[in-house]
Design a protein around this ligand. Structure first.
Ligand code: ATP
Length: 439
């Protein structure tokens, strides 16, 4: 029984706070608007999302390498990339209530969505979304730096370094996961749109005549990644951009969209960026950014296919897709049916009672499992309540140590979705769980 759309959003936000997925940033000071901190459970979910992305984009491929570029960057990069001139959103103010809005997101361009007044919105001004700051002690224009609004440019400016050191040749990719910053006019919908967020991006460099075929390849590969990790197919779609929507660098773009409680919205954009970025940086820096094929002697500027996803936004989509409620013996059970690979904890170790004679063997079991998986350990409250707590955070298996354990050296393994229980010898536990946990 998946809650209806109106309540799902509030339920997920509430669960996130209550169980330590996501906290409002600086909450003890009243909160810092639309910034969030990932708590003990959320950090594991977010890390699992990024690990799964890295595994599929880098580890399991022969043609993609990683990078971790700096967040602080000089204006020259953003001048060349076009962000200083073009990375803007149209900003309008309401003369009546003072609220600010992104004009392209208004349902009715005449009406202020905050106060409902008609005809009081100003003309749109182009507002640049990049955060600017100063490096070093002197606040002067020569010391201006930007926080990156995307990770992509780190891959372009390191193109030659990577080619020279990795011996990769097109088609090949450079992948990066990290923070990006955008001074969004209207952040909101919880962690869907924030000013500080994490991205997972890959720039795939291809011979120019192969760009269309690789564009389609990556659209499908990226859609399949979400499906494989448990997003239901009726809540995921690929949507091609119309010509009027394309960014200044793009020859073709498709979005992977998820059906959020407020409707279809973007999780990831896959763009054919052509040779725009490498040419811009080559011209601005005076360096050759080309591929020189040692076999044919041919020189060319590769074209780039970019799958650009949001880690924080995607983690939220996985939470929403996994949230479920069901009636069990007259009570509502909340369960996160997360794919095992995304579950914050894979196993929870639960001694049936707090008595010393159970605590010691429980710690031994925990110690045997921890090298393999992230485990939770919880020894207080009735066992039924502890099972519910683990269901709420999506833990696939609970391992209970009871008084029989002292006799038979076996434990009860309870599975999250079916709630089925099975007795397993402690000596077989690692093998047993390895066989049942998705890898
Ligand atoms: P939008 O049109 O929604 O502002 P965008 O199309 O500019 O987003 P991209 O530049 O394609 O977004 O960024 C790639 C991905 O990074 C997005 O699909 C999204 O998952 C994530 N992302 C972008 N901006 C934000 C943000 N402010 N908060 C959280 N995630 C974001």
């Amino acid at each position: 029984m998946v809650p209806n759309d109106e309540t799902l959003f509030d339920k997920v936000v509430n669960l996130s706070k209550r169980r330590g997925f996501v906290f409002q940033s600086a909450e003890i000071y009243g909160g810092f608007r639309s910034t969030y901190d990932y708590g003990p459970i959320g950090v594991l979910l977010l890390r699992a999302v990024k690990d799964q992305w890295w595994r599929s984009m880098v580890q399991l491929r022969h043609d993609v390498v990683g990078l971790d570029a700096s967040i602080l960057s000089p204006p020259a990069i953003w001048e060349a990339s076009g962000h200083l001139a073009n990375f803007t959103d149209p900003l309008v103010d309401c003369r009546d209530c003072g609220a600010r809005h992104r004009q392209d997101r208004l349902d009715n361009p005449e009406v202020c969505p905050a106060c409902g007044t008609k005809g009081e919105l100003t003309e749109a001004r182009q507002f640049n979304l990049m955060f600017k700051t100063h490096a070093g002690p002197v606040v002067e224009s020569a010391a201006e730096v930007y926080l990156r609004p995307e990770t992509a440019q780190g891959m372009f400016v390191n193109f030659a370094n990577v080619v020279n050191t990795s011996r990769k040749r097109p088609p090949f990719g450079i992948a990066q996961v990290g923070k990006s910053f955008r001074n969004e006019i209207t952040p909101g919908n919880f962690v869907f749109r924030t000013r500080e967020f994490e991205q997972m991006e890959m720039e795939y460099f291809v011979p120019p005549d192969q760009s269309e075929e690789w564009f389609r390849y990556w659209c499908e590969a990226r859609r399949d990644w979400y499906l494989d990790l448990g997003i239901p197919s009726d809540r995921l779609r690929l949507r091609d951009h119309g010509a009027d929507e394309l960014s200044h660098y793009s020859a073709a773009t498709a979005d992977v969209e998820f059906l959020f409680p407020w409707g279809w919205d973007e999780l990831e954009g896959i763009a054919n960026r052509t040779d725009f970025d490498l040419k811009q940086h080559a011209e601005a820096s005076g360096n050759r950014l080309e591929y020189n094929d040692p076999g044919s002697g041919e020189r060319y500027v590769p074209h780039v296919i970019e799958p650009a996803a949001g880690a924080t936004r995607t983690a939220m989509a996985f939470l929403m897709a996994a949230y479920d409620e069901e009636e069990v013996r007259g009570e509502t059970r909340t369960v996160l049916r997360l794919d095992h690979r995304l579950a914050p904890y894979k196993v929870a170790v639960l001694p049936l009672s707090k008595k010393d004679e159970l605590i010691e063997p429980s710690r031994v079991v925990l110690g045997a499992l921890q090298p393999h998986w992230m485990c939770d350990y919880d020894q207080t409250q009735a066992i039924g309540r502890r099972y519910r707590r683990q269901d709420e955070i999506g833990t696939p298996f609970c391992v209970t140590i009871d008084f029989d354990t002292l006799e038979d050296r076996a434990v009860t393994v309870r599975e999250r979705d079916s709630m089925d229980q099975e007795r397993v010898a402690i000596d077989d536990l690692v093998d047993h769980l390895s066989g049942r946990l998705a890898h």
